[in-house]
Design a protein around this ligand. Structure first.
Ligand SMILES: [Zn+2]
Length: 89
């Protein structure tokens, strides 16, 4: 679960909230714990916890695995065709 940082526009309080992915795009920031104002906004706090390498990294790894699989299939086919050519001669 990603952590988002919020800043209160009323009192300047900054606080972090764990939010599920599903509500990440929701435009309803939590109320300020200090003054209970709902005039809070999300602030970008960097990527210290999980970073942007969550699902993207898995996707890249899956693509790489598929490419390796494709490459191994191709090389096997190449070897087979070379063998066939040799046996024909
Ligand atoms: Zn506040």
């Amino acid at each position: 679960m990603p952590i988002y940082s919020y800043a209160c526009s009323t009192c300047g309080e900054r606080f972090d909230r764990l939010r599920p992915m599903s509500s990440a795009t929701e435009d309803t920031p939590p109320p300020c714990p200090a003054c209970s104002s709902t005039d809070t906004r999300r602030v970008v706090a960097g990527f210290a916890v999980h970073g942007p390498s969550g699902p993207d990294h898995q996707e890249i790894a899956a693509q790489r695995a598929q490419q390796e699989r494709m490459a191994s299939i191709t090389s096997k086919e190449t070897i087979d065709s070379l063998r066939a050519a040799k046996s024909n001669t």
